[in-house]
Design a binder for this molecule. Sequence first.
Ligand code: GLC
Length: 428
Amino acid sequence: MRRTEHWFEPARFGLFVHWGPWARAGWEASWPLVGGVVTLPLGQDIPAATYHANAAGWQPDPAAPEAWVAAAAAAGMRYAVLTTRHHDGYALWPSRHGDHGVAKGAPGVDIVAAFVAACRRHGLKIGFYYSLPDWHHPDYPAFTDAMRPYVFGGYQAATPEQWARYQAYVRGQITELLSDYGPIDMIWFDGAWERSAELWDTVGLERLIRQLQPDILINDRLPGQGDFATPEQFVPPEPPATPWETCLTMNMSWGFNAGDDRYKSPAALVHTLCEVAGRGGNLLLNIGPDGAGRIPAPQAERMAEFARWMGRHGEAIIGTKAGLKPWQFPGPTTCKGNTLYCHLLMQPVAPVSVRGVPVQHLKQVSVLGHDGPLPFETRIPVLDELMHVDGPGEVVIDVPEALRDPVATVLVLEFDCDPARIAPATES
Ligand code: GLC
């Protein structure tokens, strides 16, 4: 059994939380410190001294994670991933390594502990995002205004002594995170592009991590290692061969970016979850709480829409596998045992067809969330009908308007065999 099959693949839906001192100022996470990046067009450009001065005054509220995780649980999410330390180097737990974080900035506060406790209370699996680069650490070395603009590939190198100290710092922090908070389900790396796998010593890091937490999952941003792929901000046209997770923002920013109101609609976000699940992947949907830890209103509204939709349709997402091929239904499909879930993401203008399924094994059709079977018709090739061949055919369903969901309707087709079975059953 693949490591990801235990809880990660069945989970399908998780919460990403980008929270750090930037939220206090309403800036995008970390990138303003280096002058921005093209992929985050609404990010700011803030001089290093100003950027770090903002962190010094931040008092993160340890009560905040409870509300995020409660919202995630209500939305049907099964795990959550928190930025324990983003590229700007600010540690959300009282690390004994380095001097940038709550240890100095907000003594007595441990946001990681509060997050872990909230996840355990709500039964969510626990993930720690950790940036390999630290743009504040003197040995990395720290990013200064003289290094602007940020150039991919043009990073300041550390001396061997600096790098040895930096590696000890990273290993020290990872050891704390994976020793002091009980069982942790996932570590989510980022930023590896700034150094080679050899310099990061990804092999050594992987060994350390699995010593500390044998069952943990590691994402693929620890080059050469990792249990799952992490396409960012898009649904891959061809699903990766490995288990995968699309990470996605609701607007154009990861952190709380006060001026960013370019939101995807609640319906578009629900559709993305259906598409991702239909291709056998996970969706890690991001929120960027404000400095006080509150979920911004447009994000809370989207979480509420997920709570509504998943409340009725969660069984078509959680615990499912990828369904049929795209030509078989005009929308994504998911499977659980002999049950096929057909996600209708548009209002049909005619009865809809599910093609190439073992129609003679179809027991019942219904609309998820509504009691009672729905009438359906089946068609098979004429000769198969005449010769009594148990082959694939087409199911035609007229979906009554009253049963349609305003965002996405799910048709449930229950078979007494694998719905993806195409070949006729062999005579025994
Ligand atoms: C990118 C960004 C980072 C963000 C991450 C999430 O790598 O650098 O800001 O946290 O994507 O996937």
